[in-house]
Design a binder for this molecule. Sequence first.
Ligand code: SF4
Length: 269
Amino acid sequence: MSRTSSPMEILKLLDKSNCRKCGKPTCMAFAVAVFNGQKQLAECPMLEGSVVEQYHGSVARHVPLDQDLNVTIERLKKGIAAIDLPSSARRLGATFADEKLTMKCLGRDFSVDAAGNITTGLHVHGWIVVPALNYVIDGAGTPLSGDWVSYRQLEAGQARYPLFAQMCEKPCQKLADADTDLFEDVLSLFGSPIDNCHSSDLSFVFYPLPRVPILIRYWKAEDGLESNLSFLFDSTTTENLNIESVYLLGTGLVIMFEKIALKHGLQLP
Ligand code: SF4
C-alpha cells in the first residue's frame, strides 16, 4: 500500500479535469477533502481501480487540522522554553517586560512567557498561535523591504501555491463577490485601507505579525471581466516566518472573515 503525506501528492494521482463528478468543484478541493478524511479516493470515478486499491487506507487517517495544531502548539511551547526570550524580543523589535515577550498581532497584544504560556486580546486559535510561536522562535527580525510579492514568489511558495489559492484566495474572493460592502466592513475591523493601490476597488493591509504584513487587493467584476482577488506579502516574509505558517495565517484570516461576515447576514451562493 502506497502512502501520501500531503494534498499535493493526492492531487498528482487525479486527472485534474475538474469535472465535479466527485461532488467537489475542483480536483484540488477533492484532494484536500481526501487528505482531511472527508472523502475517499474511490469517490473520484475517473481514477482507475488499481490506483484506488494501491492507496486504499493510506490517505484517510490524517489527523484533523485542529488536533494537529494543538500537537504543534505543545511542541512549540517546548521550543519557547529552550530559547532566550529577552534576546528574541530584541531581535524581533518586540518588548520584554514582566518576564513576557509582547508584540502586536492584528493590532492586539500577544504575550508569551518562558514556559510558553500565552496571553492575548485575540481569540486564541491555532492559526495565529502556531505562526506567532514560530515567529518568536525562528524569526530573523529582518526589516520589511516594502516590495510586495505573491505567495508563489516566496521561497518554497511555488509548489504550495495551488493549495494556497484554493484554500485562501478563492474563498476570500467568494466572500468579496457575495457582498463587497460587508466584505469591506469586515476587512476594516482588522486592517488599514490603502488608497489607489494598482487601481483596485479594495486594498487593505494587515499585520497578523509585526514583520509579516499581508496585503489583500480586490477588483470587482466589470465589462465582462471576472473579479480578482490576491494576497501579497513583503518579499522578506520567509526570513521571518516559515512558509507553512504563512499559509496558516492566510487561511486563518479568511476563515475569520467568513465567520464574521456570516454572523452579519452574509448569504453565500
Ligand atoms: S471526479 Fe475526480 S477528476 Fe473529477 S473533479 Fe473530482 S477529483 Fe477531479
